[in-house]
Design a binder for this molecule. Structure first.
Ligand SMILES: [Zn+2]
Length: 340
């Protein structure tokens, strides 16, 4: 090995393994792919794992930048458990099936379009192994991005609608019983909500930026700036704010440190030329911008906890649709019907 490995990422594998090698032409040159599988799995390993690994590398190098451990190769290794992000030797126990053991965690159908374990565990090479938190209380940095990577994979190989639907589907798994960030200094993880809730937070931030190239530059910039580094949550939060053009500190506080899901309330003026809006059921100062964009018509508003308003055209007012806003933003959206 050339690169140091976090102690939790080292595991011995013992079994009757056989090896199969391939090469991926990636952003940093030739990346060796090595499969180590039990001898009776070799044929299906070649057929199933190699194409799926290459799809994963193509999508993630696009979004996150070069695979972070070219010197040590990318290895996938048969394991008796579901999977784990052992650095440059990812454990694989997904039974050579798409989905998670053949199931779609999002209940949307999109989860059956990829091998969950290859996509999720390999995403940790960037978020978890390249960028590592110094306290597991901040483990959202590993798991939220790994969960969101599943949507980004779908977006790269299918389309943005599939990604949004998948991400929204994962909301069913959120419990909101305790905050995502745990207690520091006592080896305490926060809520398992760090997976689907964190990924929905990231998708909300991404839509509020409403600039896919800028968002991709933030993802790639994180992996470049914190290359092979140990970080804490504030470094990641501040990097995203500093490089996206908006201070998201209250948004991070809301989703990572409370269990409330904000309500976004809106109504139109009688002549329909103005929209009034505010956030409630949230922390003081919660201010997630909302960008709505149909491709032609767009509007960006900056709701806060006090009522505010913007002038709108009738085309813009059509963008205010509860379910389409909720598909992009992790909010409870409520149109207030005023009585005349
Ligand atoms: Zn994970």
């Amino acid at each position: 090995m050339t690169n140091p490995i976090n102690s939790y990422n080292i595991i011995p594998y013992i079994g009757k393994y056989v090896n199969y090698s391939d090469v991926y032409e990636g952003e940093k040159g030739q990346l060796d792919i090595e499969l180590w599988v039990l001898d009776y799995n070799i044929e299906r390993a070649k057929d199933h794992l190699i194409p799926e690994i290459k799809r994963m590398l193509k999508a993630f190098e696009h979004w996150f930048g070069p695979y972070p451990f070219y010197e040590d190769s990318y290895k996938l290794i048969d394991a008796p458990y579901a999977g784990m992000e052992h650095q440059s030797a990812v454990a694989y126990g997904n039974k050579y099936r798409f989905g998670f053991w053949g199931m779609d965690r999002s209940s949307t159908g999109h989860g059956m379009k990829f091998d969950y374990m290859i996509v999720h565990e390999s995403a940790h090479e960037w978020f978890g192994n390249n960028i590592t938190t110094n306290d597991i209380a901040d483990m959202w940095v590993h798991e939220s991005f790994a969960d969101y990577s599943e949507a980004l994979f779908l977006e790269y190989w299918y389309d943005k609608d599939a990604a949004n639907e998948y991400n929204k589907g994962m909301r069913e798994l959120i419990t909101n019983k305790i905050p995502v960030v745990g207690n520091y200094g006592v080896n305490n993880e926060g809520s398992p909500d760090m997976y689907p809730k964190g990924s929905n937070m990231l998708n909300s931030i991404r839509h509020s930026i409403n600039d896919d190239e800028k968002f991709r530059a933030v993802l790639r910039g994180l992996n470049k700036t914190f290359y092979h580094k140990i970080v804490d949550t504030k470094e990641i939060e501040n990097y995203i704010s500093d490089n996206s053009g908006f201070n998201y500190s209250k948004v991070f506080d809301q989703y990572l440190r409370t269990i409330q899901i904000p309500d976004f309330e809106y109504y139109f003026s009688e002549d329909a030329k103005k929209v009034f809006y505010r956030y409630s059921n949230c922390i003081e100062g919660f201010d997630l911008p909302i960008a709505l964009d149909s491709g032609g018509t767009k509007i960006k508003i900056y709701p806060i906890t006090k009522w505010n308003s913007s002038e709108i055209t009738s085309a813009q007012s059509a963008l205010f649709n509860e379910s389409s806003i909720e598909k992009m933003y992790y909010l409870n959206v409520k149109e207030i019907v005023t009585e005349n």
